[in-house]
Design a protein around this ligand. Structure first.
Ligand SMILES: Cc1ncc(COP(=O)(O)O)c(C=O)c1O
Length: 413
């Protein structure tokens, strides 16, 4: 067994924000909202804007380089998540990607077909499916267990009928933090010829998923939460993408995945995604020697390093919250083997979530209170959706010192 732990000083040295005159005063706990970016991403974007901010794919040098950089981003990201290059597309956000996808999947849904959504999900993976009522789909809700805010697989099984066509479910809740067993859900769905749409937005920042291993039909996550610019990735199985209708220019018929999304992503942002890969490669090379491994194997090892670090920090926060009887934590009260993300939502029985976040912010803890667009989840739990929960979300660049400062600030509540 290797005994290597994440070198947090090295990690933080890769993110210019930690030296920025404003950011360096803050302990950042709003990572589930959006993450900082490593210098490799900034350098890539700068380079693109300086050298090749021209229309790509022509034969002159700058244009050729622009096209190559954009293609490289797609190639590397497909390898990171174990997909084929023509199985991923990059859009402006997960919300946009899921609307575009739901529109395309209308081709597979006829009146009377059933779609299962959950009340644990962010609205981005609910509303686009509810809209399919317009074409006669019946929407069923897989409800959380109110005792623990979890989605129970047994409840899903009860909802599935011969008419079920789609299950839209989050891989990890942005409020509860729980990691749902997406692989098992896909297994059950596929026995019944059902497509699964997995929302990986809250999962991917803590370790990139292996989409083939999960066997999910469509999977999406927001790249601005996985250390990149404001873009989102959508994966779809090739055999399904091939059959979706063309939503792009008519002459592009058959050229999936470009057929799914009208227009393409921002070019410089797309090219800068190579910087995320390079950052993960740097993380790997800093901690490990074996250079013969595939990208996927390297990512797996880095994922593990990240999980252990996040588990250690996260469990300290959870231990604190467990001992505070006035604070009500939502979700599991310990992290083990990636059963939950280090995203902790809570309310107080004494003061509002807004007041708590204001106290924390006064101590330079960057956090917020909100419903975080998972308002069905909050409503089900009987939480005021305006005041919402206080959410503390950390990622692998958070340090022991951040946690110490957070706990000192929480003591003031
Ligand atoms: C779990 C989850 N799904 C979907 C989204 C929507 O992502 P985007 O902002 O890229 O539309 C979010 C955003 O916070 C989220 O947390």
């Amino acid at each position: 067994m290797e005994n290597i732990s994440l070198d947090i000083d090295f990690v933080r040295s890769q993110f210019p924000s930690f030296d920025d005159t404003i950011c360096k005063n803050w302990h950042f706990f709003e990572n589930a909202g959006g993450s900082y970016v490593p210098k490799k991403v900034i350098e890539k974007m700068n380079k693109f804007l300086t050298t090749c901010k021209v229309q790509p794919y022509a034969e002159y040098e700058m244009s050729r380089i622009a096209g190559e950089e954009m293609d490289k981003a797609i190639k590397l990201f497909s390898q990171i998540i174990n997909a084929k290059q023509n199985e991923i597309l990059i859009g402006g956000s997960t919300s946009i990607n899921l609307y575009v996808l739901s529109n395309a999947l209308k081709a597979f849904v006829k009146p009377g077909d059933e779609i299962i959504v959950t009340n644990q999900d962010h609205e981005a993976n609910i509303s686009p499916w509810i809209r399919l009522k317009e074409i006669g789909a019946n929407i069923k809700e897989w409800k959380i267990n109110l005792d623990n805010a979890e989605l129970e697989i047994e409840d899903l099984k009860k909802l599935i009928t011969d008419n079920t066509k789609i299950i839209a479910v989050t891989h990890c809740s942005n409020i509860v933090g729980s990691v749902n067993n997406l692989k098992k859900i896909c297994n059950i769905a596929h026995e019944n010829d059902i497509f699964v749409i997995g929302d990986g937005v809250s999962y991917a920042p803590h370790g990139f998923p292996n989409v083939k291993d999960i066997d999910v039909d469509f999977y999406t996550f927001s790249l601005y939460k996985t250390y990149g610019p404001h873009l989102a990735l959508l994966y779809g199985k090739e055999e399904i993408l091939q059959k979706l209708p063309n939503q792009n220019h008519t002459f592009l018929e058959g050229q999936y995945p470009y057929t799914i999304n009208p227009g393409g992503p921002n070019h410089e942002e797309l090219a800068s995604l190579v910087g995320i890969y390079e950052y993960f490669e740097d993380l790997y090379n800093h901690h490990y020697k074996d250079n013969k491994l595939s990208i996927l194997e390297k990512i797996k090892k880095v994922n593990k390093l990240i999980s252990i670090h996040e588990e250690n920090l996260g469990n300290r926060i959870l231990e604190y919250l467990r001992n505070r009887k006035d604070l009500k934590l939502i979700g599991k009260s310990y992290i083990k083997d990636k059963n939950r993300a280090p995203t902790f939502s809570f309310t107080s029985n004494k003061i509002s979530s807004k007041e708590i976040s204001q106290i924390l912010i006064s101590k330079n803890i960057a956090t917020r209170n909100d419903n975080f667009y998972a308002w069905r989840c909050l409503e089900a739990l009987g939480i005021n959706t305006n005041d919402g929960v206080v959410r503390l979300s950390l990622t692998h660049y958070n340090s022991d010192h951040d946690v110490k400062k957070l706990i000192e600030a929480l003591d003031l509540i």
